[in-house]
Design a protein around this ligand. Structure first.
Ligand SMILES: [Zn+2]
Length: 456
């Protein structure tokens, strides 16, 4: 039996921040309280002056493994996650081969398990051709939920999801449409896992297609109407089927407004946004360059303000990263050719702590990156909370040390991120995965998380 005792810190508990000690036995939290006596033989961690927070659950990462290990793999992904206080990552299914069956999911899980340094979960993919039986088999194999890329086509020759809605190319399979969602949503609801959408309506995208020579072209080609229309349509399907609809990377004021209308109307939506949409505007492109090319795009100051306000009001409950690295070559092309996406998992916690502090309540940050995401992903019984019975996934944060996002500190393969150069008023001192320090112990191995399924 290994015992760990963390004392002296300000601990974020379900009741709020408290001066309490944490007792950990064999990787699980067994006691939280003030004035507890140190168990015999326990390793004692003095966290005086520090915050002790639940490890983050990043529900939206692209680990690129298998398929594109030159962009990232489960080792580099989870190394970056661990360094940033993210102790669980949920990996998206657009790897190669695409995760559209239980067999592919199981093979990916084995690969991830051989490299992961933090816990991980896997999303399954919804294609136009997906069947309820395939979804049920993936859920039984441990899928945390299913993702439908509404604005994206599948390249069958490379078995990858790509952002062009250009269906003149015979190698492209059309993105799943609302009919596919309506057909499969009842099964996803029955399985008890979330249905996540990349919310961009393909017909709106098709109407605004143009060469992407400049950042303004990108904004014009991916208008907020595409996001809002997709959210409204999918919300109707969610309301009718009862499926928990997870709206990925909300990026616009119009999209937020469509989502809020749907929620008021009784649709079970869960909203996610990302640090880049909360911290950046189109004006940052001059500084960040191609690292800021992503989909949906970072928009205007009015969009950022609406999203920050939605988060502060608690309408948006999840901040995830859409961590999506590419090789330096793929990002240093011309703007037109640069692939969309930026790494972000390593700065998730620090950027959210900084934003929460600016909003006047630093303790909002663990709600956005730990509690909210654990709930959204069905992991609320083991992750995201510091309380007895939960995994001892903990982050020790120094509230008086600054950290700058710097490419030479990044552990992802793509080092230059959209947030490059930003300074956050916190420092990550140590990170524990199930009671073991992942910063000082390279031998800690991540495990696959499985949601608590409600079906049958
Ligand atoms: Zn994504």
């Amino acid at each position: 039996m290994t015992e760990l005792f963390i004392t002296g810190g300000i601990v974020y508990t379900p009741e709020g921040p408290r001066d309490v000690d944490i007792h950990i036995t064999d990787g699980m939290i067994t006691g939280v309280g003030a004035g507890r006596s140190i168990p015999a033989g326990a390793e004692v961690v003095d966290a005086t002056g520090m915050y002790v927070l639940p490890g983050a659950v990043d529900v939206h990462v692209h680990g690129r493994d298998p398929g594109f290990p030159d962009k990232e793999d489960f080792g580099t992904l989870t190394d970056a996650a661990a360094a940033g206080g993210v102790t669980t990552v949920l990996d998206m299914p657009n790897t190669v081969p695409a995760v559209d069956s239980a067999g592919v999911l199981e093979a990916k899980a084995a690969l991830a398990h051989s490299k992961a340094r933090v816990d991980f979960g896997l999303w399954g993919l919804i294609r136009s051709s997906s069947t309820p039986d395939q979804l049920e088999a993936m859920a039984a194999a441990g899928a945390v939920g299913f993702k439908a890329y509404l604005g994206y086509a599948f390249n069958l020759s490379q078995k990858r999801v790509q952002y062009s809605p250009d269906l003149d190319d015979p190698d492209l399979e059309a993105p799943p449409d609302y009919g596919t969602l309506a057909r499969l949503a009842p099964e996803v609801a029955r399985l008890g896992v979330p249905l996540a959408i990349h919310a961009e309506d393909p017909t709106v995208l098709a109407a605004f297609r143009r060469p992407l020579l400049t950042y303004s072209d990108l904004l014009a080609a991916r208008p907020p109407e595409a996001e809002a229309v997709a959210i409204s349509a999918a919300a109707a399907i969610a309301k009718e089927s009862g499926v928990r609809l997870h709206v990925a990377h909300l990026s616009s004021a119009l999209g937020l407004s469509a989502a809020e209308d749907a929620i008021r109307n009784g649709a079970p939506l869960n909203l996610e946004t990302c640090p880049q949409y909360l911290l950046l505007t189109d004006a940052d492109f001059e500084r960040a360059g191609n690292a800021m090319k992503m989909l949906p795009p970072v928009r205007y100051a009015s969009d950022r303000a609406a999203l920050v306000e939605g988060l502060a009001r608690g309408v948006i409950k999840v901040v995830a990263t859409d961590h999506a690295p590419h090789t330096d070559n793929e990002k240093s092309n011309t703007f037109e050719d640069a692939l969309p996406g930026s790494p972000g998992v390593q700065t998730l916690y620090l950027s959210c702590l900084d934003l929460a502090k600016k909003l006047g309540d630093v303790w909002l940050a663990p709600r956005w990156v730990s509690e909210g995401p654990a709930d959204a992903a069905g992991l609320q019984e083991s992750k995201g909370t510091i309380a007895p019975g939960f995994d001892a996934d903990l982050v020790i944060v120094d509230p008086n040390r600054k950290t700058q996002a710097r490419s030479d500190h990044m552990r992802s393969r793509q080092r230059h991120a959209a947030l490059e150069g930003m300074e956050f008023g916190f420092g990550i001192e140590d990170v524990y995965l199930r009671g073991e320090s992942v910063l000082s112990n390279g031998r800690v191995r991540g495990r696959m998380v499985r949601p608590a399924l409600v079906a049958r």
